[in-house]
Ligand binder design. Sequence first.
Ligand SMILES: Cc1ncc(COP(=O)(O)O)c(C=O)c1O
Length: 390
Amino acid sequence: MNFDELIDRRGTDCSKWDKMEALYGVSSTDGIPMWVADMDFRAGEFLQDAVRGLLDKANYGYFTGDAKMKEAVAWWMKSRHGWDADPSTMMSTYGLGNAIGLCLQAYSDPDDEVIIFTPVYHEFTAKVKKSGRALKESPLVIRDGVYQMDLDTLEAQLSGREKIVLFCSPHNPAGRIWTRDELKALADFCLRHNLILISDEIHHDLVFPGQEHMPLPVAAPDILPRLIMLTSASKTFNTAGSRLGTVTIPDDKLRAPLAGLIRALDMSPHLLGTVLTEAAYSAAGAKWVDALTKYLDKNHKVFLRSVNAIPGLSAMPMQSTYLAWVDFTNTGMEMTEVLERVKGTARIAPSIGSDFGTGGESYLRFNIATPRARVEEAVERLQAAFADLQ
Ligand SMILES: Cc1ncc(COP(=O)(O)O)c(C=O)c1O
């Protein structure tokens, strides 16, 4: 577990590095990719062993399925999150983006409204739009420097056509961990208005030491009849390439439409994703994550301290994730100029805040899941790019 190791991922068919120039105009020769939520660390030994195990089999025919993996998922949810998740209520999908798309098909009709709390993971908007559903943005408000939901305003704006709340917990960007009271208030809101609550908890393991994430079924058990839980090992262990997510729907009646759709589409679990997930949700995986979150905590402190020292830049406090959220409002610059400096001068490719919906316009998101030396290099470049504001 050497998170300081600088691995050259260029030319390895790695989206984060090898697509950077095409997408951001920042060359990987000297650029730093800080966009997509992908980590630059070597995969844990337990994952490499699992892949070696597959290799040694030298046969990749039909396999028995994901039953053992679901047991591992249940063990992880119980031991890491205090949540009793029943394997018989779980379904495997090709990642959580896929799970969101499937849920939109199974639980809403064209033009039904889907509520999201913006700014939020940009694919929420994309998935709702691509599915032909209507988007209802509920902008988060900043109180005490962090995001909070404004359910009163949302309640006053309901049209009656809302079907689903698509929720991110912890929140991406900036890693806010919602409190039990906030989760209960959201659950009550959904119950009051007959809404299905999809809780995307993909970032739930990446909490900094001393912080505690609470799964929705633990915080608000009353919501179980209307709750869809999305989890995956893919952010925690950086296994997104293996395309496996888990949808857990405790209520039998609510589960039936998605189970039916998955059967109709003949979706069966993916071999590599199943093997990697099972290997990840283990004692060795737990040890690795404990070390990772300590490392990310230090990275986030280095990044936030240095960025906040640049006049005009303001990074939101984080409790989890590696997705730092920086506001450029006080530079007084247009975002085109900010981006010219970040991409052109600093040669850094961040995610663009406006893609995260209302409230994200003056922000950029920086992925700090990379060796510390590279985080330090990035902040030095940002300091230089905005040196005239010092
Ligand atoms: C909140 C959230 N949900 C889903 C995903 C995508 O998951 P997957 O790669 O399993 O489709 C991401 C990726 O960053 C994410 O941040």
